[in-house]
Ligand binder design. Structure first.
Ligand code: HEM
Length: 305
């Protein structure tokens, strides 16, 4: 058994995801999802922040995957644990370069560190049916108010296209003059958010989001605005459980336009993986959680082949 003092390794983090959600030969988390293709058009302002290839003048192709939370591949879209939703984006450039953003529909994370996240997952794993009260999860949440509020304040989307997504962890952007900014991604729907009440949500079909997004994109493209929220002195770069104040400057990096469904067969799904550590020159990871995420994702990718 691990004490809170020892750092969790990437394999331990993936095992903790399995202990919470089971092992299903699928993504260890965000297992249920659907992916599309589209394009990204960078905004002129973006190149003032970073030299990253996809944030200069030329458009990229994007592969975008929407997902539900948990590692359960057939989780109903209309139950609490399906939150937060995921949005993963792969930017593909003509010369073969790629970079990824992996975000979810909550501006924050239940824990400050990867180690604490592992303990939260283990407590979920040992709090199933028949666990004595207070369960390990009850005890964890009593000691971690941020995790408690994360679990109880999720937004219920009318569509994957009508909710905001957040990168949560911080990145360091460097521009051509060598100037540095610390940023967090925000990916906001083109129009305003559309959410459901708890009652309407509970009455929805178990595949309401997956079915809706396919029909919506077949009818017309879905657009999101990709922003960089810029940290100010004193903002916590290394603690994803604390959102930066809303009044921080946001720079529009560009527009994501999702226009067509692509092959979602099992082989195509297995071949598709995202990694938040896949960053180009001009962008660096700036939160220790990203160091762990960068190593944990490929373990799950390998397991699900
Ligand atoms: C220590 C923290 C974290 C760990 C250990 C972790 C681990 C993982 C793993 C193992 C996968 C499956 C990868 C695959 O099989 O392709 C995954 C997927 C995912 N994670 Fe994380 N994650 C962490 C934090 C986060 C955060 C902060 C976010 C949101 C901002 C996030 C959002 C997602 C999403 C959306 C996916 C699905 C990607 C896809 O569509 O393929 N994760 N994560």
């Amino acid at each position: 058994a691990q004490t809170t003092g020892e750092p969790a390794s990437p394999p331990q983090l993936v095992d903790a995801l399995h202990s919470a959600f089971g092992k299903h030969e699928a993504r260890a988390v965000h297992a249920k999802g659907i992916f599309f293709e589209g394009k990204f058009t960078p905004n002129r302002e973006a190149a003032r922040l970073t030299t990253a290839f996809h944030l200069q003048k030329q458009n990229s192709t994007v592969i975008v995957r929407f997902s539900d939370f948990t590692g359960i591949p057939d989780i109903p879209d209309n139950i609490g644990p399906a939150n937060p939703r995921g949005l993963a984006i792969k930017f593909k450039f003509q010369d073969g370069q790629t970079t990824d953003i992996v975000s979810h529909s909550f501006n924050g994370f239940p824990t400050a560190t990867s180690d604490e996240f592992r303990l939260l997952l283990l407590s979920i794993g040992s709090s199933g049916q028949g666990a004595a009260k207070p369960t390990p999860l009850d005890t964890f949440l009593a000691a971690h108010p941020v995790a408690k509020s994360f679990l109880s304040s999720q937004k219920l989307p009318a569509s994957y296209a009508t909710i905001s997504y957040f990168g949560v962890n911080s990145f360091k952007f460097t521009n051509s003059k060598g100037q540095v900014h610390y940023i967090r991604y925000q990916i906001l729907p083109e129009k305003s958010e559309e959410l459901l009440t708890a009652e309407t949500y509970a009455q929805k079909d178990k595949n309401y989001l997956i079915d809706e997004i396919g029909k919506r994109i077949a009818a017309q493209p879905v657009r999101f605005k990709l922003y960089a929220q810029i940290a100010e002195a004193g903002d916590e770069i290394e603690n994803p459980s604390i959102a930066w104040p809303d009044k921080r400057q946001k720079v529009l990096l560009g527009i994501i336009e999702i226009s067509r469904i692509i092959d979602n067969s099992t082989p195509a799904d297995k071949a598709l993986s995202f990694n938040p550590g896949n960053v180009p020159a001009g962008i660096q990871t700036a939160d220790p959680m990203l160091t762990l995420r960068t190593k944990a994702y490929p373990i799950s990718v390998k397991e699900r082949q």
